[in-house]
Design a protein around this ligand. Structure first.
Ligand code: ADP
Ligand code: ASP
Ligand code: MG
Length: 411
């Protein structure tokens, strides 16, 4: 019998009415004959509300206790959905991470999954029940509650699908698939019928939160076929799987915008060997991920180094950089709290030249100044002033993916 893992996001379980609708969808899918495992997020806004409560009580809430707190959101929605399913005469049983033994390391707030014990899930399936699992949470080897990072109910779903060797992992959300750009920002964005793991990885890493980054990594590693669909309307959604030959005909499959980056400039540093290591060593040691780096051509033996960090890490990065700046005799440290990183993504770029140049021309025609550039095989990213982020995204989308702009056939 086919095994299907279905994950419902925060908006999809955001109210009693929506939980009723999800229960009906689950009941229908089960009536279709598959063995179903359901993973749920907290009700929309609940995780943020819980984080905010902790922050009212402490400026640096303890990570262990924060996880005990924020993991409750998923417990509530798992129980509510199970209660409703039973009302519809669907035999069901809810599970929290500690009941399943979804074991992680001890990195509170961003724990990595170590092992998932499928015994109780399989027993539930064999007895004809639908397991409803609380996403986002885990338990470490000492029994402490952990969480897997924001948006990580997707990761729970993929991990269960990989463990159970499920036939498919269906991600139900508030949009009806993966689009060529965030449909809430780009009115002309179009749904893709199919996207490769590699492209989805880039898009997730560059700000398209429709799928959480690590869930896509895990799906690729274990070859779990994913489909993204709306929980509100019927539709085929977007399949995420291995690359297909036709994909290379398409230059750009998506445009992304990441508004959670900050920029730091270290001015007037002496241009000599070993400096970059001195600057970035402490930042790396603090676990801060530096994304883009540029070093200007030096004048009179001095140069400026500019780099980006996640906005959440800006304060810590500045503390470290101010110390380094003193040690190496830099003339100043500047920062910009919010910058926009806009990217174009597509496997077709591997074999086509000139994509970056065309991207720069589009931005120039909108008079948007490019502050930084980074490229990889299948993406080009630029940093622009935060206030032009959405404009840049729309302009690039319409140039590369507008009418006749080269969207994938069938998308
Ligand atoms: P959930 O709570 O169901 O996990 P999320 O809010 O995490 O939902 O993800 C869905 C949101 O992702 C959409 O509402 C949309 O604004 C955003 N999004 C960003 N980029 C894209 C994209 N390329 N395609 C579809 N949605 C996108
Ligand atoms: N509730 C968690 C969050 O808001 C996990 C998720 O929604 O996937 O980040
Ligand atoms: Mg999400």
């Amino acid at each position: 019998m086919a095994i299907i893992v279905q994950k419902y996001g925060g908006t999809s379980v955001g109210s009693v009415e929506r939980i009723k609708a999800v229960a009906e969808r689950v009941a229908r899918a089960r009536a279709g004959g598959a063995q179903l495992v359901v993973v749920v997020s907290a009700m929309a806004g609940e995780t943020n509300r819980l984080f905010a409560l902790a922050e009212q009580l402490s400026s640096r809430p303890d990570p262990r206790e924060t996880d005990v707190l924020v993991a409750t959101g998923e417990q509530v929605s798992a129980a509510l959905l199970a209660i409703r399913l039973q009302e519809l005469a669907v035999p069901t049983v809810s599970f929290l991470a500690h009941q399943l033994k979804l074991v992680t390391d001890s990195r509170h707030g961003g724990a990595q999954i170590k092992a998932v014990d499928s015994t109780r899930l399989r027993a539930a399936l064999e007895s004809g029940r639908v397991p409803v699992v609380a996403g986002y949470q885990g338990i470490d080897s000492d029994g402490n509650i952990t969480t897997l990072g924001r948006g990580a109910s997707d990761l729970t779903a993929v991990a269960l699908a990989a463990t159970l060797k499920a036939d498919i992992c269906e991600i139900y959300t508030d949009v009806d698939g993966v689009y060529t750009a965030d449909p809430n920002i780009c009115p002309h964005a179009r749904r893709l019928s199919h996207i490769s793991y590699d492209e989805m990885l880039e898009m997730a890493g560059l700000g398209a939160k429709v799928l959480q980054l690590r869930s896509v990594e895990l799906a690729r590693r274990y070859n779990v076929p994913l489909v993204v669909r709306s929980s509100f309307v019927e539709g085929e959604g977007t399949r995420v799987s291995e690359e297909e030959a036709a994909m290379e005909d398409v230059l750009v499959s998506g445009v992304t915008l990441d508004q959670n980056q900050s920029k730091i400039t270290l001015a007037g540093v002496q241009d000599r060997p070993g400096l970059a290591a001195k600057i970035f060593g402490p930042i790396a040691a603090a676990g801060i991920v530096v994304d883009m780096i540029i070093q200007n051509a030096g004048a009179e033996g001095r140069t400026d180094i500019t780099f980006t960090v996640p906005r959440a890490d800006l304060r810590r990065a500045l503390e470290l950089i101010n110390v380094v700046a003193g040690e190496i005799g830099a003339t100043g440290v500047m920062h910009q709290e919010q910058v926009a990183k806009v990217s174009i993504v597509g496997v077709g770029m591997r074999t086509h030249a000139g994509v970056a140049a065309r991207m720069f021309a589009v931005l120039a025609s909108e008079s948007i100044n490019i502050e930084m550039i980074a490229t990889s095989e299948i993406k080009v990213s630029v940093v622009v002033n935060a206030k032009y982020g959405e404009l840049a995204m729309r302009a690039l989308h319409d140039a590369f993916l507008g009418e006749g702009g080269g969207a994938r056939p069938g998308a």
